[in-house]
Design a protein around this ligand. Structure first.
Ligand code: MN
Ligand code: MN
Length: 466
């Protein structure tokens, strides 16, 4: 094909780093420094919410409950049980003309403590765990883990736990069998080699100085916990304690071009959306940002996207802008547009066989758009209309944002889902778009700084669009 024709006709999907002007290069790296710093402080959903509230307040946002009335340019947020959050910047037009929604999730795969976690065996103390979300279990052994979350006593007193992140803190780990004795284990299938019930965390080894006590190591751990947090063993039953990798987020590669860190699914899209929203002043359409919980286990529950708390938030916006009337909420959703901002599977050359390379998201080629997700013949997918895909494409093209349209893996290899279908079911035009990730759901996930910045630019352009 002659070069002129190729230039005109072929979808080039170029590497975004190519011919990048110096100032944009610096903007990308500055932005990603902020992202890495935020991610280090926000490993679980509760921490992400706390840090987002602080960021929002310092940018003029207020709790919606503090506001009697709302007008164009007002900035509000609503925190749902400390684990999910919605933010809004009220637009010039009425809400019934439709909202521009960016929805991400702030929960990530991890190990949760069981309600009765502590036991002693072989004069070592352990915490029993139950994994959360889709993990490859073998990846969670022999890495440093930290414990994050809350313990709520029966009198309501809440104790916030974060241990294993500070240099002076201890860390915790899950042991694995030495190779010398692992002949039988290594013959097992990868998915069965480490059993979920065996993902128990090593938490202590020194026995208490009491001759008569049984389970002396366990008792010593309880004594330390009582001194440090004022809790007893029973208080664990009303706790939410999450084990996450104690690794710090780091730049990856000789060129510093990538980010390696825990929980980038989907905190990379949450952070980029949040940062973009902070820069929205008076949009035409009201800008909404969703930071949801429980996506990794199916979006159920009162902090998940399936709950009606989001509808309540939009109803409150309608009430406080003085617009509300019977059945208006349904109309608002039917006229709204959404970017379901969730990560995409990045093409991994080491595992190329699972991807259709003409329909895969590549690191460094910009924001990755999934028209549909689902599995086995698009089952469970919210499949965006071509008309809406064209609208989104136009938005990206007029803002010179690098994008790629992809799907998650080859046909019948697997599949996945996001919160897209939940809003689509309400009548919103929704499409999935986000940052391509390598090693998704692993303790250490990899993204490209170029794509992170393009995601931020996408969300900002979407909210600024009429
Ligand atoms: Mn996700
Ligand atoms: Mn996920």
């Amino acid at each position: 094909m002659d070069e002129g024709l190729k230039e005109k006709l072929v979808n080039k999907k170029e590497n975004g780093w190519k011919d990048l002007p110096n100032d944009k290069f610096n903007q990308i790296f500055d932005f990603c420094n902020g992202y890495m710093e935020f991610l280090n402080r926000s490993k679980i959903e509760r921490e992400f919410v706390t840090n987002s509230v602080n960021l929002a307040r310092s940018n003029g946002f207020r709790d919606i409950n503090e506001m009697e009335k709302l007008k164009a340019g007002d900035k509000v947020f609503f925190v749902n049980r400390d684990k999910s959050m919605y933010l809004a910047v009220i637009g010039e037009e009425k809400l019934e003309e439709g909202l521009h929604i960016v929805g991400a999730h702030i929960d990530s795969p991890r190990l949760d403590l069981k309600p009765n976690p502590l036991y002693e065996e072989g004069e070592l103390a352990y915490f029993n765990t139950h994994y959360y979300g889709g993990i490859k279990k073998y990846q969670w052994t022999t890495i440093p883990l930290s414990i994050h979350g809350v313990i709520v006593k029966s009198n309501g007193e809440k104790i916030t736990i974060n241990i294993g992140e500070d240099e002076n803190d201890p860390i915790f780990t899950i042991t694995d069998l030495l190779p010398h004795l692992a002949k039988d284990q290594e013959a097992k299938k990868l998915g069965n080699a480490i059993e979920g019930e065996n993902l128990d965390l090593l938490v202590g080894s020194i026995p208490i100085l009491d001759d008569k006590a049984k389970d002396k190591v366990k008792l010593n751990v309880l004594k330390i916990l009582n001194e440090k947090y004022g809790i007893t063993e029973t208080d664990f039953v009303s706790s939410e304690l999450e084990l996450v990798p104690a690794f710090k987020v780091r730049s990856l590669g000789f060129d510093y071009g990538m980010v390696a860190g825990y929980g980038q699914d989907d905190k990379v899209c949450s952070y980029t959306a949040l940062r973009a929203l902070m820069e929205i002043t008076i949009p035409k359409k009201t800008s909404i940002c969703i930071l949801s919980d429980k996506e990794e286990i199916g979006s159920m529950g009162n902090t998940g996207m399936e709950s009606h708390v989001f509808d309540y938030f939009i109803s409150e916006l309608l009430n406080k802008t003085g617009e509300n009337r019977v059945n208006l909420l349904d109309k608002v959703f039917c006229y709204s547009k959404m970017l379901s901002s969730d990560v995409d599977a990045g093409f991994d050359p080491l595992y190329a066989s699972v991807s259709d390379t003409t329909n895969a998201g590549f690191l460094g080629k910009g924001i990755s758009i999934n028209k549909y997700t689902g599995a086995r013949g698009k089952a469970g997918a919210s499949d965006a209309n071509a008309e809406y895909v064209a609208w989104v494409r136009n938005l990206l093209e007029e803002n010179e944002i690098k994008y790629q349209v992809a799907e998650l893996g080859k046909v019948d290899i697997g599949g996945g889902g996001t919160i897209a279908y939940i809003l689509a079911n309400k009548g919103v035009d929704v499409i999935d778009c986000g940052v391509p990730v390598l090693s998704m759901h692993a303790p250490y996930e990899v993204t490209s700084k170029f794509d992170i910045y393009e995601a931020y630019r996408t969300y900002k352009a979407f909210w600024e669009k009429d």
